[in-house]
Design a protein around this ligand. Sequence first.
Ligand code: AMP
Length: 308
Amino acid sequence: MSHKLLIIGSMAFDKIETPFQKSDIIMGGAANYTALSAAQFGVPTAVVSVIGGDYPTSFLRLLTQRHIDISGIEIDPQDKTFYWSARYHEDMNLRDTLDTQLNVLAHFKPVVPAAFTDAQVLMLGNLHPQIQIDVLAQMTHLPFVVLDTMNYWITHTYELLEEVISKVDMITINEQEARQLTDEYSLVKAAKRILAMGTKYVVIKKGEHGALLFHEDSAFFAPALPLSEVCDPTGAGDVFAGGIVGYLTKTNDFSFENIKNAVIHGSNLASFCIESLGAERMLSLTPEDINSRLYQFRDLTQFDIKLC
Ligand code: AMP
């Protein structure tokens, strides 16, 4: 088994409305955001996804320029790329999906490139759970598997999603989705219910309020960096997951202690994603930007406790 990362997820056209602006149709999709984030760690990475004949090659180039293997991206010239539109509330932790058009995703049969069937880390990004199961079945060595999903799949494919959760090491899910999945309002109870479904680590994303990591009877909290302006939170969850899987692939250490670090790296990268519309900020990131913000994270969270 070698240090490789395989990412599956949607590749999309998105249309976003925030209280401050409306986008045109822009590049989106879980796989794009996750791959652009994981690319910061420089590990061999491949994406498995599907696009229509309408998907610009300039968007694909954003991946190949970062040495991401796109041989697992199927192009279906007869159909259209997945389309999603959403509107954010004044409280940008909340959004409503306005439209989901599965298009090419409705009949996608994923094929994992031969060079990545032994990847050490597998990111099962936001897609139909049957596609996630099909990819898992193609892996020749058992990787460390991280799962992400969305309200759409919880509503439409609950039983299949439960099956995937039982097969993965970690799930990242936002707080509304954790409540929808478990019918529990308390996030601690929701996490326990999800752990009982068979996964080892549960990360509950709370937008600007950070993320909670649960494992057995332990918990860890990673704050989100307080930012004065949020432009567009779209993709932050996928970028967060990309930071986790990129870091875990690079460090090859899947202990709880190291997963805490991974969650901080994910939070750090997500803090950049929300600064611009779509994936724009992810395209201009430098290692200096990333490292200086990691120090800000350290300063934000470290303190000496004095007992009195
Ligand atoms: P996030 O903001 O991290 O939850 O991710 C938003 C991205 O997920 C957008 O770029 C969408 O294109 C993509 N997306 C939205 N709904 C779905 C869905 N049902 N399946 C797969 N991807 C989706």
